[in-house]
Design a protein around this ligand. Structure first.
Ligand code: MN
Length: 288
């Protein structure tokens, strides 16, 4: 199943090249009173609501994907977790290009286990149609194409062996960043610097996420191309490790690291990302 959010917060199921409006599913979610519970209530119930979602989709009139404005498929994550330098070739380019990791030259060659994961502010999250608004145009804003993983149920201290049971699905992620010397989370939390889309593909439809080819083009020119099989730290280990530091909640996003080829974008550019078994999305770049 492919779940999307689009236009004015409508919920859709994508089949082929068409979106089926299933927004009525929101009526099945519990009413919330202050203080609001953390975590995404729709993602938390994706399994149990699936028959109803499919039925609503059957009854809806399909609209071409190209005719809608795609938002982030997850509306309310409690956190966005980033995995640093998780592809060997990206680590090599970061060692060569001093601008990529000027914040801490001494940590560049250290393993992920020593660097730790990092967090991006959830206020940075957008969908592909919203695009990336470049802040500080005199500084370098880079693209980082990554596999985005969405947690489906509460996970605390889970083992690597059971880690994949806690995944709801996958989406394409862009971990945008302003290069510089400040703390990484500061430079990666700018509004619009976390893109998720074009939809969430449930685990059953993705199958094995450890061998997906992916690419990112800017204005049609290939910049990044790799395969998730080249990750340094695999997905089960990322989930298990993250869950020893913080409880993962439904809707939480892990951006699993980027491959080599990170480079600058400027207002007017268009990024096109493709991920095997997930899809393709175009993300415009504009000024802030
Ligand atoms: Mn990244």
């Amino acid at each position: 199943m492919r779940l999307c959010r689009y236009n004015d917060n409508r919920i859709g199921i994508v089949r082929g090249g068409a979106v089926h409006d299933v927004t009525a599913i929101v009526d099945e979610l519990p009413a919330q009173r202050y203080p609001l519970a953390l975590g995404d209530p729709l993602i938390a119930r994706l399994g149990t609501l699936r028959p109803k979602l499919e039925k609503l989709a059957d009854q809806a009139k399909p609209v071409p994907v190209a005719a809608v404005r795609l938002l982030s498929p997850v509306a309310n994550p409690s956190k966005i977790i980033g995995t640093p330098v998780n592809y060997h070739a990206h680590r090599l380019e970061a060692d060569k290009d001093k601008e990529i990791a000027v914040y801490s030259p001494s940590t560049r060659a250290r393993p992920i286990e020593e660097q730790g994961l990092f967090l991006k502010a959830i206020s940075a999250l957008v969908g592909p149609a919203e695009g990336v608004a470049v802040r500080f145009p005199d500084r370098r804003t880079d693209h980082e194409a990554e596999l985005g993983l969405v947690i489906g149920k509460r996970a605390a201290n889970v083992s690597e062996a059971e880690a994949l049971d806690y995944v709801a699905g996958y989406a394409i992620a862009l971990d945008m960043v302003v290069r510089g010397s400040e703390d990484r989370s500061f430079r990666k939390s700018i509004d619009t610097y976390a893109v998720l889309g074009p939809w969430l593909v449930t685990v059953d439809e993705v199958g094995d996420s450890s061998k997906l080819t992916f690419s990112l083009k800017v204005n049609g020119e290939i910049r990044q191309a790799s395969n998730t099989s080249l990750m340094v730290m695999n997905i089960p280990r990322q989930i298990a490790w993250a869950s020893t530091f913080y409880t993962l909640l439904p809707g939480d996003i892990i951006m699993t690291g980027t491959c080599e080829g990170v480079a600058r974008v400027v207002p007017g550019d268009t990024m096109t990302l493709e991920f095997e078994r997930i899809g393709r999305m175009e993300v415009p770049v504009r000024g802030a």
